[in-house]
Design a protein around this ligand. Structure first.
Ligand code: OGA
Ligand code: MN
Length: 270
């Protein structure tokens, strides 16, 4: 399990639903700076690629415009190769885990590390510019690397608001996959993102806080009519740190376990 100094990346969403009293008050999309949720998100310097997004309705599409974004060719084949050369030795020392202690992922191994090679350092700077424009805090230099087996997948969850900030950005390598967003309050509202190898996705604002995200298992891996066969997939996930005090409406979201709930995960076998 990935823990950064005892911190958890996610919280089990299903258990959180069960633990929650119900939806809290409304909240805006702005999540840029230190609790600045009133501010609209600044535009990302990324091209719109509507063919990589499928929303359940035009309203959902509109609601997530600029908040759930995919850039199809963010990393070149050469960069991908160099990144894999840096990642593989450490990954291959770990054994694939069948089930994550928080039940969020299965068929995976993961690590948290800095990418020190030329491609990795350049990627951090490019992701910072593309996905974390001010007033968002910049991404943490220690990235989360998730290696999913062809049969591995990530179940619906919302990343911890206590330990992760306003923006999540992921670079996908090796296999294409489908990332699905489902609205916490109205599960019929959803959007699928097609993640080709070399693509970058960004989740922020409502897409990060008000929707769960998941990587579909192979059997369900369709993008509309298009089958997206899953092979081994490696993602490099960039997150920023949260503001010192999380804005209060967040803790009322049904997808979160209230702070202070017992969190004593077992040590992860490496
Ligand atoms: C996670 C997660 C998505 C991905 O590990 O919290 O949501 O792109 N991963 O691998
Ligand atoms: Mn996540």
């Amino acid at each position: 399990m990935l823990r950064a100094g005892g911190r958890l990346w996610r919280r089990p969403w299903a258990a959180a639903y069960r633990a929650a009293a119900g939806p809290g008050p409304g909240f805006g999309a702005g999540t840029g700076g230190d609790g600045g949720r009133e501010e609209p998100e600044p535009e990302l310097p990324l091209p719109e690629e509507p063919q990589l997004l499928r929303a359940s309705s035009p309203e959902v599409r509109q609601r997530l415009r600029g908040l759930a974004v995919v850039c199809g060719r963010f990393v070149s084949a050469e960069e991908e190769e160099e990144l894999l050369r840096e990642l593989e030795p450490e990954l291959s020392r770990g054994r694939y885990q069948r089930e994550h202690w928080d039940k969020a992922i299965c068929g995976y191994r993961e690590t948290e590390r800095a990418l020190r090679g030329g491609a990795g350092r350049a990627l951090l700077l490019r992701v910072a510019d593309a996905a974390f424009p001010p007033p968002a805090r910049p991404p943490q230099p220690l990235v989360h690397v998730l290696d999913l087996q062809p049969r591995g997948h990530v179940r619906p969850h919302v990343d911890s608001v206590k330990f992760c900030g306003c923006t999540i950005a992921g670079v996908s390598l090796l296999s294409p996959s489908v990332l699905r967003l489902v609205c916490c309050r109205q599960p019929q509202d959803r959007m699928d993102l097609l993640l080709e190898p070399g693509s970058l996705y960004v989740l922020r604002g409502a897409a990060r806080y008000e929707f769960t995200h998941e990587i579909l298992p192979d059997a369900e891996s369709w993008f509309g009519e298009r089958r997206v066969p899953r092979g081994r997939r490696i993602s490099i996930i960039y997150r920023n740190s949260p503001p010192d005090t999380a804005p209060s409406p967040l803790s009322d979201l049904p997808a979160f376990i209230p702070d202070g709930a017992p969190q004593t995960p077992p040590r992860t076998p490496q």
